[in-house]
Ligand binder design. Structure first.
Ligand code: SAM
Length: 192
């Protein structure tokens, strides 16, 4: 039983694009109530249920309280854009790095479409900064955006840092018409 129907969006994206694998270390941004984390726990084998496969790790972060879940570490009442939160994420990750960053985050909508779009774009850009610090080469970044004029900006930024960037719209998300996901795979090795 999933905590929220949003689980089906991630399941659908994963079954098509194969982003979560046993052994992966995952950051779930905007994790409350925890449905995406439930999916991640299963897919990365963080409980070690499949003893033949590698065991992964899931850390979820949200401004709200997140009810505990076996197989995940949650940072509740935490703003992902805050540098203290980012430090904490890095400290709980077993190697300080992640294979996958998921974000289903959304700011509270004001109803002013351009403003809401802009705020979510800013969140995505801030996550991209985090990804530069923690995402392993070859890693994957999936984030929700609301359609609007600045999507191409986010996509361009992603293309500088990932080899494969695409827009995905799961069927389970068709009711929320403005909502799409940007999926970026193959994080490039950082040049120093
Ligand atoms: N994927 C979740 C699930 O399947 O259970 C649902 C996520 S819900 C659509 C979006 C979440 O993003 C909200 O719980 C909200 O509190 C969170 N959020 C928004 N801004 C945030 C921020 N700056 N830092 C952390 N979480 C944030």
């Amino acid at each position: 039983n999933y905590r929220c129907r949003s689980a089906f969006k991630l399941l659908e994206i994963d079954s098509k694009h194969h982003i979560l694998h046993p052994g992966h270390h995952v950051i779930d941004c905007g994790a409350a109530p925890g449905a995406w984390s439930q999916v991640a726990v299963e897919k990365v084998n963080s409980l070690g249920r499949d003893s033949a496969a590698r065991a992964g790790f899931v850390v979820g972060v949200d401004l709200l309280n997140i009810t505990p879940l076996d197989g995940a570490v949650f940072l509740s009442n935490s703003d992902i854009t805050d540098s203290d939160t980012q430090r904490k994420i890095i400290s709980v990750l077993p190697s300080g790095r992640a294979d996958v960053i998921l974000s289903d985050m959304a700011p509270n909508a004001t109803g002013i479409r351009d403003l809401d779009h802009q705020r979510l774009v800013n969140m995505c850009l801030s996550l991209l900064e985090l990804s530069q610090r923690v995402l392993l080469p070859g890693g994957t970044f999936l984030c929700k955006v609301w359609d609007g004029s600045e999507i191409s900006l986010v996509r361009d930024r992603l293309r500088q840092r990932f080899q494969d960037v695409r827009t995905v719209k799961p069927k389970a998300s068709r009711m929320e018409s403005a909502e799409i996901y940007l999926l970026a795979k193959m994080h490039k090795q950082q040049k120093h």
